[in-house]
Design a protein around this ligand. Structure first.
Ligand code: HEM
Length: 302
């Protein structure tokens, strides 16, 4: 999944997705960078030597890419521009490698673990797994080479499973710098402070989500799910003008992966869904332990 996402967001083979050896080096550096991003972005480089080395590798990689891609972008019509081209039009060239690394992290660090969690929550619950597979078989019975937006709209139950997963595994905190003082419950928060909102805890408020720890796709209103309307107490993607710009793309990636995987393989889970690790506070949490699943290819499936 990493490779296809990189080709869409940055352009085909702009990152070394066609060279196994170089791609493996990129993946190793990205993994190290991701593991310690919260500490690395706050501490001096010498404290986290390995993390700083991986960050430098990623920045140098983008230094060689941003200039030619910015030039190319000027000749392309809007529909042919990648997300990277759009980013390069908004930032100055000396900061472009840093912003590109941020885009790389935001693109991969949230939706890829969310794919893992979605599959784990579906296949570990027999009735949910059965209902998702029945919906996919009923609405998309034939084998296919492409999945359209219209196809995705026919699967609201699968989408509810994904949103319910996002609810339970959304980032711990979303930070904001206070630029103007504001009041909360009689206290003034002065400018210059950092405040945090927590989707993790908000999504566990029993007033809005009764029995909050249970993964229940049925709690989502199907009409709202079909129309892409989230309840106001759901903010896994942040809010305001810094809200996640990749949210629809991220959800689509998870939908497509889940359809392709569940249509081709019969799954049996041997472990329950593992608890989330406390590794990330600002990104999607990783699993703390394994979730063993046996999957067997279904006969005659694409
Ligand atoms: C399920 C998947 C995802 C989740 C849960 C998620 C969550 C978030 C959250 C919580 C933020 C911070 C929002 C805020 O500060 O209010 C964010 C920002 C961002 N996300 Fe996502 N995201 C996901 C997928 C993606 C994807 C696939 C992309 C790119 C294609 C992406 C690109 C970004 C970018 C560029 C930002 C920074 C926006 C800014 O600071 O203005 N995200 N995301």
């Amino acid at each position: 999944m990493y490779k296809s996402v990189l080709n869409i967001v940055f352009g085909k083979n702009i990152l070394p997705t066609d060279n196994d050896e170089q791609y493996q080096i990129l993946e190793e550096h990205f993994t190290k960078f991701d593991r310690q991003i919260e500490y690395g972005s706050k501490l001096p480089a010498f404290v986290l030597g390995a993390w700083s080395k991986s960050r430098k590798y990623l920045i140098t990689m983008f230094q060689n890419i941003v200039d030619p891609e910015k030039q190319k972008s000027q000749e392309l019509c809007p529909d042919d521009k990648t997300l990277l081209h759009n980013l390069l039009e908004c930032v100055d060239i000396e900061n472009a490698p840093n912003y590109s690394v941020l885009l790389l992290w935001a693109t991969l660090a949230n939706s890829i673990p969310m794919v893992f969690w979605t599959i784990a929550f579906i296949v570990t619950q027999e009735s949910v797994y059965k209902k998702v597979c029945e919906e996919i078989e009923r609405e998309l019975p034939s084998t296919f080479e492409t999945i359209s937006d219209a196809d995705l709209r026919k699967l609201p139950y699968l989408k509810s499973c994904i949103l319910e997963t996002v609810r339970l595994r959304s980032p711990g905190i979303i930070p904001r710098y206070v630029t103007k003082p504001f009041e909360v419950k009689g206290y003034t928060v002065p400018a210059g402070n950092l405040v945090f909102a927590s989707p993790f805890w908000a999504h566990r408020n029993p007033e809005y989500y009764p029995d909050p720890e249970t993964h229940k796709p049925e709690r989502w209103n199907m009409k709202d799910v079909e129309r892409n309307i989230f309840p106001e107490y759901f903010f896994a993607f942040g809010g305001g003008r810094f809200q996640c710009p990749g949210r629809w793309f991220g959800l689509m990636e998870i939908q497509i992966f889940a359809i392709m995987f569940l249509k081709q393989f019969k799954c049996e889970a041997f472990d329950p869904v593992p608890p989330p690790s406390p590794l990330h506070a600002v990104g999607t949490q990783q699993p703390e332990g394994p979730c063993m699943i046996e999957f067997t290819r279904l006969p005659g499936k694409c």
